[in-house]
Design a protein around this ligand. Sequence first.
Ligand code: URA
Length: 254
Amino acid sequence: MMNEKELLEWYLSAGVDVICGDEPFVSVKKPSLPTTHESVDTRPAITDLAQMSTVACKNARELCEKAQSLSELEKAVENFDGCALKLTANKTVFGDGNEHARILFVGEAPGADEDREGKPFVGRSGHLLDKMLAAIGVERSKCYITNILMWRPPGNRTPTGAEVAVCLPFLKKKIELIKPKVIVALGAPAANALTDEENSISKIRGKWLEYAPQPGVSIPLLPTYHPAYLLRNPAMKAKSWFDFLRLAKKISND
Ligand code: URA
């Protein structure tokens, strides 16, 4: 049998960094733990995890290739078990809005309110986003809103690279199906995931970048502050206002 320290180390190596969520849950399958003779310090567990993650990403890409519509993609996500966050989340937050939207907003991951309701940006950040949209005369119902991740990370922790990697094909497929005129990345994680860069939001906010997943496809992408950041730093709302004015100008020129 593993002792407690070994068990904790095994969980850490598997990416578990909180031991309880906000809500109790009961439907989690027990992980198959290494047997006594497999030391937690040996590489196989890590290698297995990397392999599982590679398989999950491949599976995600295959499901995405088959989906012809957002509803087919949503069904595929319902049957997809390649992201462990699904086990701790209450609901899948696929996305919400107009499937022919000209503007697509992308955040990072659902928070507690979104996890409860199954819709993106419905909590305090979402209310601020609604006000910002209203200020430039854009109706939320005409946009599409989603996140990189479709499941809330326990305790709102930062998603791991593997979690982002396995959800990214679904986000890219949503973009392919919606074909928005512009993408607004709410925060650096969304901007970086879609541009394959590692920039701070203060460096790139308000600048038109490009989402170019393949030759011949290029969608203007505007990074701006995440509404949650604005709630914590209200003085930054002035800069966001300029970003939203740039967005308004861009869509009025279309
Ligand atoms: N923050 C996000 O990034 N997405 C949500 O849906 C809510 C809060």
